[in-house]
Design a protein around this ligand. Structure first.
Ligand code: SF4
Ligand code: SF4
Length: 378
């Protein structure tokens, strides 16, 4: 039975208020999180963000004192994969408890309210926390005709601009919000654009991925809760701590790449021996994300570990980069020879081949190369 059924409305309101006034440390304690687990989370966060161990007590102190920030989450042209990624973590982790302790005042998929009541909640949260709330956006924004995607009769572009006006910062979650994603793919029928294409006067962090890794989303939130600041970003707005190195740089199959040992098909001897997936279309050399270290499903594995090439999902225009199983990763020259020649300078090879790939990708984008059924059967 729901405990709230025995309470008066006044008692429920008081309890909710008490919950809102708690610090994050108090909330975590009330949810049974031990000090040891909490410090373990702080240590993992420090290491993920490449901070020195000396920062662990500082992170712990700041997080314990943090109050629940107001968060408004808007979903535009998207598939709900980003929200699914975050909410379907299969175990109760401190990361998702941290996520539970923010005040999520508006989220289309998760909120119980609908229609006028939902919009009233967004407006109230904006008014009460003007200049302080965090805005999270997933999905791209159609500009060709704002009527292509509306919420409560408000176009996505109007809702974004109105809500961004009072935000302290914006996190664009997923490749669609960060770079346009699949709605932006050729021929981009809705004129889809990213958050940064529209909002120019607010700090914006891009957390791309199709979908992004849940702990990367909570890691960025943790940084905001801990230091009240945004992390260092790369030249396309991604946090360096998670997107600073390529999948290829940290891939456990890299020694095979350096020796020129490649799987040629998904079931040949090379595939069985775990050789490099470069010839099967792996975009690891040109893709920057934390999959190879953070991994997925509570650190269980990541696509390359399951025998599938990286598709490059955290990069702009990855849908238009040619076939997933060929294109940028299938140079016409003999890649085995190229790699062996440059074995003494593997890093240089990665950079050089990365450059070849980027140029191929750009050409593919320019010629609107699409993935066809033939590509998928290769
Ligand atoms: S090409 Fe792909 S599979 Fe091969 S080492 Fe690089 S990231 Fe790993
Ligand atoms: S391995 Fe590549 S395609 Fe797969 S989730 Fe990571 S970045 Fe995206």
């Amino acid at each position: 039975m729901n405990n709230n059924e025995d309470k008066t409305l006044e008692e429920m309101t008081r309890d909710e208020k008490t919950h809102d006034e708690r610090t994050l440390g108090e909330t975590l304690r009330s949810q049974g999180i031990s000090r040891r687990s909490f410090l373990k989370f702080c240590a993992a966060t420090a290491s993920m963000m490449a901070m020195s161990p000396a920062m662990i007590p500082k992170i712990a102190r700041a997080l314990e004192q943090a109050r629940r920030p107001s968060v408004i989450w808007l979903s535009f042209q998207e598939c709900t994969g980003c929200t699914e990624s975050l909410t379907r973590s299969h175990a109760a982790t401190i990361e998702n408890l941290i996520f539970n302790t923010i005040s999520l005042d508006y989220h289309h998929t998760l909120q119980a309210a609908s229609g006028t009541a939902a919009e009233a909640a967004r407006e109230a949260a904006m008014k009460e926390n003007f200049g302080k709330y965090l805005l999270i956006v997933d999905g791209s924004i159609p500009l060709d005709n704002p009527g292509y995607s509306t919420i409560a009769g408000i176009s996505n572009v109007d809702m974004l601009m109105e809500t961004a006006a009072g935000a302290a910062a914006i996190i664009a979650v997923g490749t669609c919000a960060s770079y346009g994603g699949i709605p932006h793919a050729n021929p981009n029928p809705t004129g889809a654009v990213s958050v940064t294409d529209i909002i120019k006067d607010k700090p914006i962090i891009n957390v791309p991925g199709c979908p992004p890794i849940p702990v990367v989303i909570t890691g960025v939130l943790t940084q905001f809760l801990t230091f009240g600041s945004l992390p260092e970003l790369d030249d396309i707005g991604r946090p360096m701590a998670f997107y600073g190195k390529s999948i290829h740089d940290r891939c456990y199959r890299r020694p095979f790449y350096d020796k020129g040992l490649f799987a040629e098909t998904f079931d040949d001897e090379g595939a069985k021996k775990g050789w490099c997936l470069y010839k099967l279309g792996c975009k690891g050399p040109t893709t920057y994300n934390a999959c190879a270290t953070t991994k997925w499903n509570n650190g269980t594995s990541f696509p390359i570990e399951s025998g599938h090439p990286c598709l490059g999902c955290s990069e702009p225009d990855f849908w238009d980069g040619g076939g997933f199983y060929k294109s940028i990763s299938m140079p016409t020259e003999n890649i085995t020879k190229t790699v062996i020649y440059t074995a003494a300078g593997a890093a240089a090879a990665g950079v050089a081949i990365g450059a070849i790939n980027r140029s191929r990708k750009n050409k593919a984008v320019a010629s609107h190369s699409k993935t066809g059924i033939d590509d998928l059967s290769k």
